[in-house]
Write a protein that binds this ligand. Structure first.
Ligand SMILES: Cc1cc2nc3c(=O)[nH]c(=O)nc-3n(C[C@H](O)[C@H](O)[C@H](O)COP(=O)(O)OP(=O)(O)OC[C@H]3O[C@@H](n4cnc5c(N)ncnc54)[C@H](O)[C@@H]3O)c2cc1C
Length: 349
């Protein structure tokens, strides 16, 4: 096995090993084993993403900073603006996200809101084709719903007046109900706001119908948090099936939505559906994360689809980085291989 396949090409490496074995039972055991290890690894990383003591160790480590730069545009607004400018030049739209979540004091929440108003200022000044994405726990949802709504309304009012848009990211399921309700309340006053639906949640279909009924723009994604089996589909195949089902529910609504995924199967299903239903390419957009599947991003643009890239920036990148590692074991392998001193890495011969 090549040395970089330790975790990286997990299923394919084990699949080919198993295929070479005449013993069918061995093949089943290997598949089950690797499936379980990936599931455990994902759970472990998502659990670590909430560890406040680990955060400074990772953030201050030069190797993790370098690896994180693949997913995070930089630590300053200037970095994010430059990334957005470059993407705009290549016909990719942007959504700027100032990293930060679970703010624990009112001053921090008010500071985040002021920062978001400054981001809109820069978007207008630089004439960027960009909106913003934010998290409600960054605006103090853990402290007070009233405070969070006050700050959100201030940002959304600004966006709406300037013809722009605020996307409320969806966090873990402990926040789903409050996020949906707050979105509806603010959407009743201002049109420039929408939120995110996670296809792994059993409740997603009901939320989609509720939000479509109030004309809310949605971003559809699979979901990035650690959720128990009574809340979210544990199996990827079920998540994928629900994703396609929800995509077919939202796209014919006449509201402008975002199909956020790097999964070629989800993208192909979307392309086939819009072709079948004669849905115009201007009526929706694909969305992807900064630094992920750039090849696919360029291909979609070449094919004439609208594509928005989510650009995270800021110093508080630890939880975001851990979620990206959890999504793909190859990312973790790459990170660990860089972290290990050269002398302790296995030889490539
Ligand atoms: C624009 C955008 C906004 C999002 N907002 C939210 C949100 O508000 N709330 C939320 O819970 N989740 C959010 N997510 C994350 C999402 O829920 C998934 O966790 C993530 O997109 C991976 O799922 P996937 O659809 O790409 O499919 P997967 O089946 O996970 O991946 C498909 C393929 O994409 C590539 N890929 C996926 N992830 C990575 C990665 N980290 N590194 C390298 N390659 C990768 C791989 O090639 C993989 O095989 C967002 C995603 C996007 C694109």
């Amino acid at each position: 096995m090549p040395k970089n396949s330790l975790l990286g090409s997990k299923n394919s490496a084990f699949a080919s090993l198993a295929a070479q074995s005449p013993d069918h039972e061995l093949s089943i055991v290997l598949h089950t084993h690797i499936g379980a290890s990936c599931f455990l690894m994902r759970s472990f990383l998502l659990h670590l993403s909430e560890n406040k003591r680990l955060a400074p160790l990772i953030i201050n480590n030069s190797v993790s900073r370098r690896v994180a730069r693949r997913f995070v545009a930089g630590e300053t607004l200037d970095d994010a603006v430059e990334a957005a400018r470059n993407l705009n030049r290549e016909m990719r739209l942007a959504s700027l996200d100032l990293l930060g979540e679970n703010v624990s004091d009112e001053a921090g929440a008010r500071r985040a809101a002021e920062n978001y108003l400054s981001i809109f200022g820069r978007i207008e000044l630089e004439k960027l084709d960009a909106n913003v994405s934010l998290k409600l726990t960054q605006l103090g949802l853990d402290l007070s719903e009233a405070l969070c709504q006050e700050l959100l309304e201030k940002i959304v009012a600004h966006a709406t007046t300037h013809g722009n848009f605020v996307r409320i990211d969806m966090e873990g399921s402990a926040y789903t109900e409050r996020t949906v309700e707050l979105t509806k309340r603010v959407r009743a006053k201002f049109s420039g706001v929408g939120t995110v639906m996670q296809a792994y949640l059993y409740r997603a279909e009901k939320d989609v119908l509720d939000l479509l009924a109030v004309g809310c723009r949605l971003r559809l994604c699979k979901g990035a948090y650690q959720e128990p089996p009574d809340v979210a589909f544990p199996k990827k195949s079920d998540v994928d099936a629900n994703y396609v089902k929800l995509m077919k529910l939202i796209l014919p609504s006449g509201i402008y939505h975002g199909i956020a995924t790097h999964d070629p199967a989800m993208i192909d299903a979307t392309k086939a559906f819009v072709r079948e239903k004669n849905i115009n390419r201007e009526q929706f957009e694909f969305q992807m994360l900064y630094g992920i599947r750039t090849d696919l991003q360029q291909q979609l643009v070449r094919e004439g689809y609208r594509l928005r890239i989510y650009i995270p920036y800021g110093t508080d990148w630890f939880p975001y980085f851990m979620r990206r590692l959890a999504e793909r074991p190859a990312n973790l392998t790459f990170f660990l291989r860089n972290l290990l001193p050269r002398s302790s890495q296995p030889s490539s011969s």
